[in-house]
Design a binder for this molecule. Structure first.
Ligand SMILES: Nc1nc2c(ncn2[C@@H]2O[C@H](COP(=O)(O)OP(=O)(O)OP(=O)(O)O)[C@@H](O)[C@H]2O)c(=O)[nH]1
Ligand SMILES: [Mg+2]
Length: 431
């Protein structure tokens, strides 16, 4: 890792300021070459940036000597004027000085490798950058603050202690002390497995908040499903027509519902069709409903008989009657034509989303946010369940080691190289 990298840390395109970050052993040399001098550590300094006799820009410079920097290496920042030509000229100079452009996520990766960040915090940086809604931002910030790292590290610490007791049981297997330690460590394994199970059994709350709550809009043809999606998205996403069977593909729109990212899907109207394309649309609609966190069944108040044709195993979270401008109906009733009842329905939908997914209450336990964490915890749980009924202290110790390894992988305490590639390939450049 002896090479020095650079990247644009701010957004691409024209802007007031562009931040270029350098990291590695040559960062100080490069900054001195461009600006004539190194600023005092962590103090901003205004300087001309020049290379090969030409002034490129006037910039604010920052210098973070190792190890007190984001990556743990020597880091420099140039706050340039955010124009394309300025950036291009500075990038060319940096390459001429022997630095190379960073790979996606390479700064965070170096921070992890130098012990500046654990993996859950590095993932939280990516989530913060990608956060579109308030709930995503809060959850990511909480994770960046170490809420998940603390939880998983505390489990690992408990496992280490329990393993210690299991090993004592092996050492003192000939007397009563051994039996007592064996029982105690088995009990501790059962206790911890209960805690992990409760954490896993959260209906995917944290993952749904991070990736978006999936809402499926289903119903008979012509009920107004596409009209509803357009009303939710406040733009013309889906084709609306009075021809039954207009929508065939699943059409998605991303919405911010009370601070939660919701991915709403409009689907083909449910009916038995001889048209092969429409039948495929219906199959996709049903699959989407099954895969959704929430389903909204939209029915036409003016054709109430159609409700009977909806498959009975579809258990909608919300049943909404549309076209009540034509005919009134009991229950949640709206008219997408006049807009009547739509705000109240939206409020109900928002409440449903909040109830199920929005972990806004800071006293709540932090929620699992990624399938990667889930997979590791499922593995740890299997080992602990096995440990709870171990017949020999040696077998118990082996299960505890497996569980420790699985939990340690989440924060990057073990097998870090194995997971680095996988995690950082989704990062954008400059992080
Ligand atoms: N009168 C009245 N017409 C409506 C209302 N909402 C939608 N429509 C009309 O009903 C027709 C069907 O609307 P769509 O939104 O295309 O219905 P859909 O459920 O997506 O239909 P498919 O894609 O065919 O399954 C269109 O002509 C809409 O303008 C409403 O509240 N009142
Ligand atoms: Mg439609």
């Amino acid at each position: 890792m002896a090479d020095t990298i650079f990247a644009l840390a701010s957004g691409a395109g024209r802007a007031g300021v562009a931040v270029v970050r350098l990291s590695g052993p040559q960062a100080g040399m490069a900054l001195t070459a461009l600006a004539g001098t190194l600023p005092p550590a962590r103090t901003a300094m205004l300087r001309n940036v020049a290379h090969a006799g030409a002034v490129l820009d006037q910039a604010l410079l920052l210098w973070f000597p190792a190890p007190a920097s984001f990556t743990g290496e020597d880091v420099a920042e140039l706050h340039l004027h955010g124009g394309r030509a300025v950036r291009a000229a500075v990038f060319d100079s940096l390459m001429a000085l022997g630095l190379r452009p960073a790979e996606p996520g390479e700064f965070s990766r170096r921070a992890v490798e130098n012990g500046k960040l654990d993996l859950t915090r590095a993932e939280a940086i990516a989530d913060l950058v990608d956060a579109e809604t308030e709930a995503q931002r809060r959850q990511a910030l909480r994770q960046y603050d170490g809420a998940l790292a603390d939880l998983y590290e505390s489990w690992r610490a408990q496992l280490i202690m329990t393993l210690g007791r299991a090993e004592a049981a092996i050492d003192f297997s000939d007397d009563g002390v051994g039996d007592a330690e064996f029982d105690a460590s088995r009990q501790a394994a059962v206790h911890l497995s209960e805690e992990i199970r409760a954490h896993l059994d959260d209906a995917g709350r944290g993952e749904a908040l991070r990736e978006g709550v999936r809402l499926a809009i289903i119903g008979p043809p012509n009920a107004g499903k596409s009209s509803l999606l357009n009303a939710l998205a406040r733009r013309d996403v889906a084709i609306v027509s009075d021809i039954a069977g207009t929508t065939r593909d699943v059409i998605e729109a991303r919405l911010d519902l009370g601070g939660v990212l919701v991915i709403a899907a409009d689907t083909a109207g449910l009916r038995a069709s001889r048209d092969a394309i429409e039948a495929e649309g219906v199959r996709r609609a049903l699959a989407r409903a099954k895969d959704a966190h929430l389903t909204l069944l939209l029915l036409d108040a003016n054709a109430a008989g159609e409700a009977a044709a909806i498959p009975g195993d579809l258990k909608p979270d919300l049943v909404v009657w549309n076209k009540t401008d034509l005919k009134a109906h009991d229950g949640i009733s709206i008219s997408l034509k006049t807009g009547a009842g739509v705000p109240a329905m939206l409020k109900l939908l928002q409440q449903k989303v909040q109830q199920k997914f929005a972990g806004f209450d800071p006293s709540w336990a932090p929620a699992l946010t990624r399938p990667r964490h889930r997979a590791a915890l499922v593995e740890a749980l299997a080992a602990l369940d096995h440990a709870g009924s171990a017949a020999e202290p040696e077998l118990l110790a082996e299960d505890l080691r497996l569980a420790m390894r699985a939990v340690g992988r989440i924060t990057g305490r073990v097998d870090v190289e194995e997971v680095l590639e996988f995690i950082f390939r989704d990062f954008c450049i400059g992080k």
